[in-house]
Design a protein around this ligand. Structure first.
Ligand code: F6R
Length: 246
């Protein structure tokens, strides 16, 4: 079972995770070490990113010693497309903190050779020393990153087809479902499980059932988030609505 933290409100969850991130960055910076963060996009991490920006502005938290790797990117979208995850990260975090642009990594959705691009992404994570702390959301299909069912525990960064439920859920950002790409590049479940610490956030009643499955089903490829049960340092941060069935 992952460790479950039920927070009174999603803002409390965001503050708690932001504090964990900030404490880790400060501790490692003091010893001259970089901190490697794995980052997610979507609606869920927005209050976390807002809190990190506030800590940067109001308490001097610096991201100069931080390296980031995002979980995923839509296939076929250029970084300048407002729906791309690179654009999302620039708008909602990177341009608002002092992280060096060269230290931020998002898979290249425009790659003409997905296999090569994905292998290079894995290698870049390895060369950076591995991910110290991974932020995750969860999709209603049970995906983490874009590891749609079925996804095995040993999957690596690769090109995937998005589940129709995911395309429907993400159509809120695109205006209509037809505009949502059919494919994406995503870190694999195996890549995610190698992070030294995982903080998953889930908010709202729409996530209650998948959180129940992720916590109580035995690990299986049809609900990829169940693989997180095998991680020794994984915490689920829930609000009262997403935590009703745990
Ligand atoms: C995003 C990602 C996805 C989302 C998930 C939940 O980078 O990897 O797994 O975390 O689809 O999305 P929201 O937060 O919009 O409900």
């Amino acid at each position: 079972m992952p460790h479950i933290r039920l927070h009174p409100r999603k803002s409390d969850a965001a503050q708690a995770v932001a504090k964990e991130v900030a404490d880790l960055i400060r501790l490692r910076s003091k010893s001259g070490l970089k901190t490697v963060l794995g980052l997610a996009t979507g609606a869920t991490p927005l209050p976390l990113y807002a809190e990190l920006i506030r800590l940067h502005r109001e308490t001097g938290l610096s991201f100069r010693d931080v390296v980031t790797f995002n979980l995923d990117e839509y296939a076929g979208l250029p970084p300048t497309d407002p729906h791309s995850y690179r654009y999302f990260m620039e708008e909602n975090l990177f341009r608002l903190i002092d992280i060096p642009p060269s230290a931020t990594h998002v898979p290249d959705g425009l790659s003409q050779d997905f296999q090569k691009t994905c292998a290079a992404y894995e290698e870049a994570i390895r060369l950076a020393g591995g991910i110290d702390l991974q932020i995750l959301g969860i999709g209603r299909t049970g995906h983490v990153g874009f590891n749609e069912p079925p996804s095995a525990a040993d999957t690596r960064t690769r090109h995937v087809r998005l589940d129709e439920m995911t395309r429907r859920d993400n159509s809120v950002f695109f205006g209509n479902q037809e505009a949502v790409p059919h494919g994406a590049l995503t870190m694999g479940v195996g890549t995610i499980l190698e992070a030294r610490r995982i903080e998953l956030l889930a908010f709202g009643s729409g996530k209650a059932e998948i959180i129940r499955r992720a916590c109580h089903e035995s690990p299986n490829a049809d609900c990829p988030a169940t693989w997180l049960q095998r991680h020794p340092h994984c915490t689920f941060h829930l609000d009262p609505d997403s935590g009703t069935l745990v």
